[in-house]
Design a binder for this molecule. Sequence first.
Ligand code: LLP
Length: 440
Amino acid sequence: KRYFYQDAAGFLWCEGIRVQSLQEDLSRRLPRPSRSPFYLYSLAQVRDNVSRYKEALKTLPNPHILGYSFKANGNFEMLKTLRGMGCGAVTVSGNEIRLALTAGFNPDSIVYNGNGKQDWELELAVRVKCLINVDSDFDLRHVRRAADTVRQRARVLIRINPDIDPKVHPYNCTGLASSKFGLECSQLPGLLQQVHRWPEQLQLVGLHCHLGSTITDVSLFRDVVSVVSAEMESVRSQGFPDLQYLNMGGGLGIDYLRQEDSNNPSPAYLVSSIRDALTDKNICLILEPGRSIIGDAAILVTKVIGVKGNGEKRFVVTDGSMTEVIRPSLYSAYHHIQLTEPSQAEDPTERVYDVVGPVCECGDFLGKDRTIPTPHEGCGLAVFDVGAYCSSMASNYNMRIRPAEVLVDGATWRIIRRPETLDDMTRCYTGLPPDSFTTH
Ligand code: LLP
């Protein structure tokens, strides 16, 4: 089911709200510098995505934690919604742990990942009793030191690097021997010895593995589960009876091409593919999805500033840019782009355009070589599938504010993150005269 759809007249809708009407409503409500662009979320899509995971996981005999990866999108209202639906929290920093606690996540289902954790972060994680994914030999030493400091036993999982190639963008491969994450299985005995030596500080409760992101070949997840469950069996037999968690990471891709007959694997397909590799019913399975929960649940709504041509090349210049959607610039990622209303241009013929933003940088583009109707100035343009790794990776480059985030629920909408102001952006400056921006 699609929650973003175009009607017969050519207008884009999000659930029961016409995007153009929402643009008009927002313009009445917000000051001019913060009206456009904005992120628009469909609550029904998020709910649907979580339910599909939950339904699929219910078919396994094993208990599970469906951990939502905060880094994909840390909007607080979204976090509360996901917590309410029974998700756990997958965090990668002390501040994300603090956010998870504030959003009401139970520490039993907060997972803490990272290859470079600081002492304050570890002390917090141990004190509140999160599950800590240990990334290296030094990381385990630091966890032990933190446990000593806060006089509390740390619950740890060890992250294995299986050297499996997920064949995705190099920046999204985390389980290759050449990547900075996890440790090769040959290093396990050394770490196990450490755990044995410090029983009051360290409790080994599981193993972890994360291959990468944007994965659509689910056989890779089966490989992960068989590698990790085999290791778990061997580690258990070496005197670690508390080993119960098999954390298979996240990484399921979504269909950025938005094809009618998408063959992107569903959570159900993912779960069915690992079923056979998961032989031990006493294992509690942890999943860490981010993108497949929130990725397709948002669009960036922008306005066309103008259309220009340079020789053969044609550009649509919008008010949205790489500061809101950096994935095209950073990973050459494809995001579907379409008009949110019928074009009123004098000649609305479809042509091939690069869709770019106003940021002073040639790498600032949202889409290349897109065949779209020639839009009029002020026309709405939507960039799809920006729920994951867009607002959370947004920046203030060029002194651009991070824009509003709006949530649609059926026929109603509300702002779930107000747009930043110049005052927000300059709050940490020193030497700024008081009331600097009131006169200009
Ligand atoms: N678990 C671990 C240990 C991770 O490193 C990640 C993502 C996840 C879970 C969640 O993966 P997901 O289900 O969202 O694919 N900025 C990049 C993605 C970076 C992913 C980093 N790790 C992008 O926009 O494609």
